[in-house]
Structure formats: structure tokens, C-alpha cells
Design a protein around this ligand. Sequence first.
Ligand code: PRP
Length: 181
Amino acid sequence: MHLNHPDISKVLVTGNQIAEKVSELAGQIDSYYQDKDPLLVGVLKGAVPFVADLSRAMQLSTSQDWMAVSSYGSGTISSGVVRILKDLDTDVTDRHVLIVEDIIDSGLTLSWLTTNLVNRGAASVEVVTLLRKPDAAKVQINVRWVGFDIPNEFVVGYGLDYNERYRSLDGVGVLSPAVYS
Ligand code: PRP
């Protein structure tokens, strides 16, 4: 679905800008891991398009697995509560894990997830996120690769939803407040 949509009040990142950034990040990640056989851990559901595009832009052969955790509920504000809704199928012991996130907002999800994967005995845990909001700076998380820093607004598209809608937008934009107020 094109970002030029009546419910989008402002375009933040176009599909073309995402494609360019994904290719740049993929090159950096390829060089970083070289022969390390990284396990990409996608965080459902928002990271689905990013994992799909990033892994295909990478030259390294990667394995993929998925986790679903919840921190938001159905509204627009982080609750601070992280629950595992779907766990990994893969044993991450001694694996080089790359968490692939669509967005870091409060940072709660990622802070919890990195600790959780380190505690399972992963050889390394790194993070790539396509988007990062300013509040993420309040939490100490080592994010090795960031696509775009974006303002603190309610954004949708390229995997990000509002009540499960707008995930299929080709870029990222600000959701018009009229939609949720
Ligand atoms: C979003 C996003 C991150 C998390 C970031 O997921 O995909 O996982 O919130 O927020 P935080 O930095 O404040 O913790 P969400 O819970 O909305 O699930 P979804 O990807 O299934 O939409």
C-alpha cells in the first residue's frame, strides 16, 4: 500500500529511502559477521518486512527465527510489561544472534530481549533497528546499527501498525490523530 494515503498526515521515510538504507545496513552487517553464521531473530510482527528485505540484501547466508513479545497492548503508549507470546525454536547457545527490530521506542522491549538472549548463552547479541525514537536514549541499550532516528510521533507503515492496520504501507509515516482520537 502506498504511503500517499489519506490517514497519513506526514511522510517520514519513503519506500525508496528504506530500500537504500537496507542495502547500506546489509553491507555493514555482512562485513561485521563475515564467516560467523549469524542467527537473525526477528521480533514479530513489526519486523517482518525488515527481516525479509535485510536478509535478502545480505550476501551472507543466515538462519532466521522469530519471537513475539508484547509491550504495547493495543494502544499507542508503552506499558512497560514485556511478555513472551512466541518463543524461539532455535537453541541460541554459542550462536551469534542479531536481533532485527522495526522500531525502538521506550527501549523496554529490546533491553529485556537482549538480556534474555545473553542469559541463554548466546556467543554474542547485537541489534539492528530500522527506526529509533528519542526516548530510546533514556535506556542503556547497545544498538549497533540504526536506520533512521525519527521524531516522537505515532508512526505506522513498513511493518508498524495501529490496531493491526497500516503494516503494509511501503514507507513510514505519521498516523493522522483523527484516526485514533
Ligand atoms: C513494537 C516494536 C517493538 C516495540 C518497541 O512492537 O515492534 O518490538 O514495540 O517498543 P519499545 O521500545 O517501547 O519497547 P509491538 O509491541 O507494537 O508489536 P508488533 O510488532 O506485533 O506490532
